[in-house]
Design a protein around this ligand. Structure first.
Ligand code: HEM
Length: 528
């Protein structure tokens, strides 16, 4: 039933993004000079690179670059080298090399490439794109305090409440499962970051966040900022061909201003009027209150940036995993039946799943892991950049190289995950049904590596678990039926972007029984 990911994807967005990025750092590339190795060393192997353009066209024409990189790694080995202009790109296709470089040598591999457009649009607050250094460290420290695994447990009541609200919405409007899942995930992050507000305000803030995510995607597309290819365009008036982006800069800035400032100002006003609802921004602001002057202003900016990035970086990624779950369940009714049998024996028919059930639900946990592995949300992770020259296994890796961890290749490696295109939760289980610790946990790859590893991984894992367990406990997820009552099986296909989503599909979500109906009827959503 699994169709694989055919090479004729409609979207070239990710390769386009890569090319735009690589073009964008042209100036940086020149600064660092060419990509030859010093005598006695050689660069890691890779496909033939044309003069000047290097492998730019190879990347551009690959519909899913992570598959192309995996293919090259079969010819050249797990560490491959590509050139774009005079720039060096290293793609790591195995966990061994990713851990050896991004984790164990993280002091050198934790920078991000400098992107011209980020300074144009003043996106220096976007933590995932921040340069490595003291400023980034301050943001990470704060994020860690509110997102580490112990801290993340305080959000469980919120996650559970939102998962249950999702059940009510799925019952009322099952066809709108994508919107409802979006709302559930979005409001978990919004509520934990800024607190709970009325429905209208919540909807507005969710819209701001979506607008800023869409705008980021738009400005990363090639052509949108031609100035990336020709930085001198920045000195020309907006009527000059290629400079029309200047007319849109204000709109773009306004989109980001609203997303970052409005919810933040709202929390500050609410705190001043004694009307705040608990949130991590509220806690952060209380903690920095004793600071004065510049010290306070700086701490407040860090708090504001951290708050805005949680929604921005977390929502799109979690929703993609949740939609993958629906897709997998349509195609694998037996997996649903097994999960349901487990839920029935552990949770029973009279209540909904709780977080404390989790250790007794290995099959449900295996489904969550398999969703993460089967369609990796960020197939190429995020680009790291080297701060100094390095030598790894005899190969020279120049300062300023962009380093990708090909998470898709790692999570689809047939040695670690046999028959990797198949959705198969059993791969994570022992014969007695318990979780097999010898099979690598996809979370150890899917959330990145080293010092830049995703700080939201525990929040994300808990959110996906409680949504998946709650949905499976009361609903059956099946294919849509055509006019003759025949199932319409969705094709497994993904967008090509920095964050990958399954392409749109339809499904039929129905309550399992009158007992399930009773459980959903009993959900109190008045606090949601
Ligand atoms: C399925 C869900 C998620 C996936 C697959 C995911 C994946 C990733 C990956 C691959 C990175 C780059 C790591 C690297 O550079 O090696 C990253 C960074 C980041 N993620 Fe997530 N993420 C998810 C959810 C979240 C959530 C819920 C939050 C917020 C609570 C979050 C906040 C961040 C931030 C702030 C960064 C930037 C870290 C830095 O550059 O220092 N993510 N994520």
């Amino acid at each position: 039933m699994f169709q694989g990911f055919p090479g004729t994807m409609p979207s070239l967005a990710l390769s386009a993004v890569l090319v735009a990025l690589l073009s964008g750092i042209f100036v940086y590339a020149i600064t660092f000079g060419g990509v030859s190795a010093p005598s006695g060393y050689k660069l890691p192997p890779g496909p033939f690179a044309w003069p000047l353009m290097g492998n730019m066209l190879n990347i551009r024409t690959a519909s899913h670059p992570w598959m192309q990189f995996a293919e090259w790694s079969r010819t050249y080995g797990p560490v491959i080298h590509l050139k774009v202009l005079r720039y060096s790109i290293v793609v790591l296709n195995s966990p061994k090399d990713a851990f050896a470089l991004l984790d164990q040598r993280s002091i050198n591999y934790s920078d991000r490439p400098r992107l011209t457009m980020l300074s144009f649009l003043d996106l220096s607050w976007v933590i995932p794109l921040m340069q490595y250094g003291e400023r980034w460290r301050k943001h990470r420290r704060l994020l860690h305090r509110y997102c580490n695994s112990a801290a993340a447990r305080q959000y469980e009541p919120l996650q559970q409440r939102k998962a249950r609200e999702l059940l009510v919405q799925l019952r009322l409007e099952p066809d709108r499962f994508v919107e409802h899942s979006n709302y559930a995930v979005g409001t978990i992050l919004l509520d934990l970051t800024y607190g709970t507000y009325d429905k209208g305000t919540t909807a507005r803030y969710l819209q701001y966040a979506k607008n800023s995510a869409d705008t980021l995607a738009e400005i990363f597309l090639p052509g949108a900022l031609l100035v990336q290819y020709a930085p001198l365009l920045r000195y020309f008036p907006s009527w000059f061909p290629g400079s029309s982006y200047k007319n849109r800069m204000e709109t773009w800035r306004e989109v980001f201003r609203l997303a970052v400032n409005e919810p933040f100002d709202h929390v500050k006003r609410a705190m001043r009027d004694g009307l705040e609802s608990p949130s991590f921004l509220n806690q952060m602001l209380n903690e920095i209150e004793p600071l004065k002057g510049e010290e306070y202003t700086e701490a407040e900016t860090v708090a504001k940036n951290c708050a805005s990035v949680v929604y921005g970086a977390g929502s799109d990624t979690m929703i993609a995993t949740l939609i993958t779950f629906f897709l997998a369940m349509i195609l694998h009714p037996k997996a649903q039946q097994k999960a349901r049998a487990e839920l029935m024996s552990v949770v029973g028919p009279d209540r909904l799943p709780e977080f404390y059930d989790r250790p007794m639900l290995p099959y449900v946990n295996a489904i969550v892991k398999e969703c993460t592995r089967w369609i990796p949300v960020t197939p190429l992770g995020a680009f790291h950049a080297t701060m100094n020259d390095d030598v790894y296994e005899g190969y020279f890796i120049p300062k300023g190289s962009i380093v990708f961890a090909n998470q898709w290749a790692m999570l689809h490696n047939p040695v670690e995950y046999p028959d990797p295109e198949q959705f198969n939760p059993e791969r994570f289980l022992n014969a007695d049904g318990s979780l097999n610790p010898d099979v690598r946990d996809p979370n150890s790859i899917a959330f990145g590596f080293g010092r830049r590893i995703c700080p939201g991984r525990d929040i994300s894992d808990a959110t996906i678990f409680i949504c998946v367990a709650s949905i499976l406990h009361v609903f059956n997820i099946g294919p849509e039926l055509d006019a003759d009552g025949r199932p319409v099986w969705p094709k497994v296909d993904v967008t090509s972007s920095l964050v990958c989503h399954p392409l749109p599909f339809k499904c039929k979500i129905v309550l399992l029984s009158s007992t399930s109906e009773h459980l959903v009827d009993g959900i109190d959503i008045s606090r949601s």
